[in-house]
Design a protein around this ligand. Structure first.
Ligand code: FE2
Length: 285
């Protein structure tokens, strides 16, 4: 843990990152400027940007150990939802995705369960990282999501489970794979399956029926950082096989400062614990 202690210095949180390969600490000049231009071009052309081994191997061990200490306190979530995040709508025609429900089971830590002094929380709260994400996503302004539950999450998918297909509530999602599954557990998505103008229903219907023609998936080793547009790209994770859980940290951003989610959405995502916290707060006022 000698290495971990050096990450305690606030200026050194960026040492978690392989800055030689991914110079996010200097995006204005030379190598860094070229790097961020390439990432942006990839995001624009493909709808995703994948940074393999973004986290240095020794730092990854520290992050995995930290997640291992926190996860026993996580909630076992079971969420039933359509790909759009809501309940099944029985009034729409048969075959419509709004009639199809997926069950998501995970061991999940919400932001308020991840202490401020942890490495992962400090990495997420790094302005340097946020600025890098902003540039790759092509946004004039980008802020870490202010929601007390959703901002940063750690999600462990146990063997036998998968993360059902869905769209995120936020456009800019970043996932950091902390621990890969032995087998399976592949992040799979359809880049830009919908836009502000509508959804490509033909592609989505085909995908939900098992046609993977338009789906993207790639092997991601532990330590990989992936940027994509979760609000517009239907996505999920294939079934976890083998013995090890698959553990990811999910970083959420918004173009508006201080944006929070509605109580209804947080209760839908985080269940009983969020409902209790929110109800107690309402009573206290
Ligand atoms: Fe998602």
């Amino acid at each position: 843990m000698g290495r971990r202690s050096s990450f305690r210095n606030p200026r050194e949180i960026l040492d978690l990152i392989d800055l030689e390969r991914y110079p996010i600490d200097d995006l204005e000049t030379g190598k860094g400027a070229e790097f961020v231009r390439d990432c942006r071009a990839q995001m624009d052309a493909q709808g995703w940007c994948n940074l393999d081994r973004f986290i240095r191997p020794d730092a990854l061990s520290a992050l995995v150990a930290e997640a291992g200490e926190l996860l026993p306190g996580a909630e076992h979530l079971t969420i039933k939802r359509t790909i759009y995040g809501g309940k099944v709508d029985a009034s729409v025609p048969a075959g419509d995705p709004r009639r199809r429900e997926y069950t998501h089971r995970a061991l999940q830590l919400a932001d308020d369960q991840i202490p401020a002094e942890t490495l992962i929380q400090r990495l997420y709260r790094s302005d340097t990282l946020t600025d890098f994400i902003r540039r790759v996503q092509g946004k004039g302004e980008l802020y870490r999501y202010a929601d007390e539950f959703q901002a940063l999450n750690i999600v462990a998918l146990q063997p036998g489970s998968w993360h059902g297909w869905h769209y995120d509530y936020n456009e800019c999602t970043v996932t950091l794979l902390l621990q890969a599954a032995d087998k399976g557990g592949e992040f799979t998505f359809i880049p830009n399956a919908r836009s502000r103008d509508g959804e490509n229903r033909k592609t989505v219907d085909g995908f939900l029926a098992g046609d993977m023609t338009h789906a993207r998936t790639f092997a991601r080793g532990a330590g990989t950082l992936t940027l994509f547009r979760g609000e517009y790209s239907l996505h999920g994770v294939t079934r976890i096989e083998g013995e090890r859980p698959r553990i990811t940290a999910i970083f959420t951003y918004d173009e508006q400062p201080d944006r929070i989610a509605s109580d209804e959405i947080n209760i839908r995502i985080y269940g009983e614990r969020a409902a209790r916290i929110l109800a107690e707060r309402r009573q206290a006022h």
